[in-house]
Structure formats: C-alpha cells, structure tokens
Design a protein around this ligand. Structure first.
Ligand code: MV4
Length: 449
C-alpha cells in the first residue's frame, strides 16, 4: 500500500479523498492555488504545496506543478478527484513516466472512452446495447442525409470529442439536417479541435440512467446498480438518486451484468460509469466516464461501500473488498448539489460565508469544504457542497431530505437550496415521474423563489 498520496483537486472532493486515505493510514498531500491558501482541503491534509496562481491552467491543471509537488513531498500516487485532470490520458502517461501511480484507469482506457465514436464501437463490440445510428463517423452531408432518411427523423448529430452537451444538434426533419450537421462539426472543431461527428436516432423523452462499475484491472469487475440523474439543467445535474425509481430489480441485474462483463473483458481498473438513455424499458449506451463521479455517494449509501478506498486499493495492486454476490441494495439515497448560484438564472455567487451550519442526524451526509468565514473564490466551479440522504425507502429519503434542508444554514452567498425546497413540493418528484426534460420545463414555469 502507498505511504503517501497527493490529491490533485480542491473543494469537497479533495476532502472526500483525504478522509478515505486517513482511514487507510495513508498520509496526504494537498495542492492548492494561491486563491485556495485558506481552503479546507489544505487544512485537512497532512501537508500542502502551493502549485500556482488562481487560474486553473497554471495550477490545478499544470502537469509540471503537480508532478513537482509529488517529487518534493515523496507522494507515490495521485488521486485526481473529478474534473481537472481526472480524464486526461496525457497526464496519466506523464504520471507513469515519472514512476508514480495514477489512482484511476489507464491512459488507454481514458483515451478510448474520451472519443465517443471509439467508446461506442468498443461497447457495441462488448455486447452493450447502443442507440441506433451511424456505424462510426459520418464525414459528408450526403451521407448524413442518407442516414437520416433511412433511420427516420428526428436524429441527433454529435461531435465525437463532445461531452456535457457541447457539439450536439438535433435535426427534427430532413430540412434541418444541413444546418445541424454543419453546426455540430463546427462546434466540435472550435471546442475540441476535432470535427468528426456521428449520428443517432434522437430519443425524445428518455431518463438518464448510469451504471456504476468497478474493476480490478485483472479481469474481475462488478456493477453497483444505477443512478437516475435525469434532473439536469443545461447538462448540469442537480438531483441524483439510487436506485432509479423506474428500474426494476430484474432490469438492474441484467444491464448491470452486461456492464460488469464488458469492463471485466477490457481489464478496466477502478471506478467507471456507463451512461445510458432509458426509454420504454430499453437501455441505450451513450458514453462512459472513466472517473469517480460527483454523485458517487448515493451508490455508496445504498451499498455501504467506500468507493475511494477501493480505488486506492486496486491502484496499489490489491483486490477489491467485495465481489458481486456481496453487493446488495439497502434502502434509497438522494443527493442534491448545493451550488453558490443565484436563482432564477443560476448565476455564480462567490463571496464570504458569514454563517454555516451543516445538517446531521440519521441518514444524513454532508460533503462540503465550507466553514464559517470561508470566502468562496470566483475562479472555480460553483459546487460548494453535496447533501446526501439515505432512508429505508424513497419516501423516507425524501422526507429526510426535507428535514436536512431545513437544518442547513449557508449565509453570505446565494445558493441553490431554494430550488430543492420548491422541488420537494412537486408531485412528480414524489412519484418519481420525470425525464431528462422535466427540470427545464418546470424551471420555465417558475416565477418566484
Ligand atoms: C441524446 C439524447 C437523445 N437521443 N442522444 C446530452 C449530453 C450527452 N451526454 C448526451 N445527451 C443526449 N443524448 C440521443 N440519441 C438526449 C441527450 C440529452 C440529455 C441526456 C442526458 C441528460 C440530459 C439531457 C438533456 C438534453 C439532451
């Protein structure tokens, strides 16, 4: 096992990793920009290194700064958290070239899954059900139009390097194809330097269901069920839950096995998430994320496992602490993302926290790097905390969420807390009847907060 690891991240996820490491008896090194000198992750780690100015490209994204911090402190491995360098294949290669260990998948797995066409080809070959569409890339408008006519409209054109909803255009009819195709290509080129696109049948009212997988890199892998992350605004998740209210035990076992077998076959190592659209009882693969996700705690809650501990174990060459048969679901968990944002426009609201009180009690987990007097810097993303509740069933989780939100105090900045109070008053949230468009439609109807 490692003696010391470095956490190449900040905020709540840096604390999350430090906590797992500490329970394992592993020393921790925090890195921080000058803007984060007073941040909680710096205080909580055993050691810290300042790696640069506030702008991420010169600090949290700087390969030389992070590798140097490892060399100075003697850290043997790097946990990337999510975002920043977590899915950067080039970084993983450089970490390994320096004799260090990346706590995550191989550079090759990150590369394959980072290109959406390669990812889909790979998953399809492994028996994972995919959205019907083009076989690989589509390079001409003529080809795109021919496919649209064969497949039937609506279709969606996606940039292979895309993600997070960028470089994606829907063509409702043949008349839309030219502009959709050209725009998707141009956006792919502008945002990612890659104009390759592919085409899929457009699913109109699906849910976003993602399967958590975990591999040991030696041909063994398990699944830890699904999360329903359909409640999103502009491709940002706001509310996630496990298990998914629309998924039966039989469906879970079947799609879970397909996913676990697929990642076992490619010797996948560590945590991964296979994203699907789910419509009319069918799963359609869209993307795979090769990182620990923001919403991993809802899975941890219902399975009673520590996914970060397992990531560190397999990176050190040890076995996972569980096999598929050991994994059973206990109850229901919901996470809400607390962002420093002002409603109704979700505009960033950085500033000083004048009062902070975290909720607690049975079935409540608050993952946050906030403290009284902390100043949220304006340079990074607006996630300031995650409130995760766990109950014996969905109804209990929802009432616990309501109770915990009532205890929470975050003064000094605007937050998304009022959004969750309002959502908890909605019948569809209680019945679980929502899809990927529900939140945006609901937000359009809201007038006061
Ligand atoms: C789709 C789709 C409908 N049909 N693909 C959006 C982000 C990217 N990860 C995939 N996305 C979508 N792909 C087909 N064939 C609808 C979306 C989509 C979406 C997906 C998940 C969660 C929220 C969404 C919001 C809008 C569109």
């Amino acid at each position: 096992m490692f003696n010391k690891i470095l956490i190449a991240n900040r905020g709540e996820i840096a604390l999350r990793v430090i906590r797992a490491a500490r329970e394992m008896g592993i020393a921790t090194v925090a890195v921080h920009s000058t803007a984060d000198a007073d941040a909680m992750h710096v205080r909580m780690a055993d050691e810290s290194v300042c790696i640069g100015p506030p702008a991420s490209p010169q600090s949290y994204l700087s390969f030389p700064a992070i590798i140097s911090a490892c060399e100075i402190t003697g850290a043997e491995a790097i946990h990337p958290g999510y975002g920043f360098l977590s899915e950067n294949a080039q970084f993983v290669q450089i970490v390994e070239d320096h004799g260090l260990t990346f706590i995550g998948p191989t550079a090759e797995h990150i590369r394959v899954m980072g290109d959406k066409i390669t990812a889909k080809d790979t998953m399809k070959a492994l028996g994972v059900p995919c959205v019907p569409g083009s076989d690989g890339g589509v390079s001409t408008l003529e080809e795109a139009k021919k496919l649209g006519d064969e497949m039937g409209y609506p279709v969606i054109i996606k940039a292979t390097a895309g993600g997070g909803g960028r470089g994606m255009k829907v063509a409702q009819t043949a008349a839309d194809m030219e502009s959709a195709f050209m725009t998707a290509r141009a956006e792919g080129k502008a945002a990612f330097g890659n104009d390759e696109v592919y085409i899929e049948k457009y699913l109109t009212t699906p849910r976003h269901i993602e399967i958590q997988v975990f591999g040991d890199g030696k041909g063994r892998a398990v699944h830890l069920g699904e999360r329903d992350c359909s409640l999103q605004r502009r491709h940002q998740k706001v509310f996630e839950e496990a298990p998914g209210p629309a998924i039966s035990a039989e469906e879970r076992a079947a799609i879970g096995k397909v996913c676990a077998d697929a990642v076992a076959k490619i010797n996948y190592i560590g945590a991964g998430t296979i994203e699907f659209l789910y419509e009319n009882g069918e799963f359609y693969f869209i993307e795979m994320n090769t990182r620990l996700q923001v919403e991993h705690p809802v899975t941890e809650a219902i399975f009673g496992v520590d996914l970060v501990r397992e990531q560190i174990r397999v990176a050190a060459g040890l076995d996972m602490t569980f096999q598929q048969d050991d994994l059973t679901i206990n109850g229901h968990s919901i996470e809400v993302r607390l962002n420093a944002e002002k409603l109704p426009n979700f505009s960033p609201s950085p500033g000083r926290i004048t009062q902070y009180h975290a909720p607690g009690g049975l079935g409540v987990r608050m993952d946050s790097a906030l403290y009284d007097g902390y100043a949220i810097p304006p340079y990074y993303d607006s996630l300031i905390g995650k409130l995760i509740v766990h109950g014996r069933d969905r109804a209990e989780a929802l009432s616990r969420l309501n109770r915990a939100l009532g205890e929470l105090i975050i003064d000094g900045v605007d937050t998304t807390v009022p959004l969750f109070h309002a959502l908890l008053a909605e019948k569809d949230i209680h019945t679980g009847e929502y899809n990927i468009h529900w939140l945006e439609h609901w937000l359009e109807r809201q007038t006061d907060w």
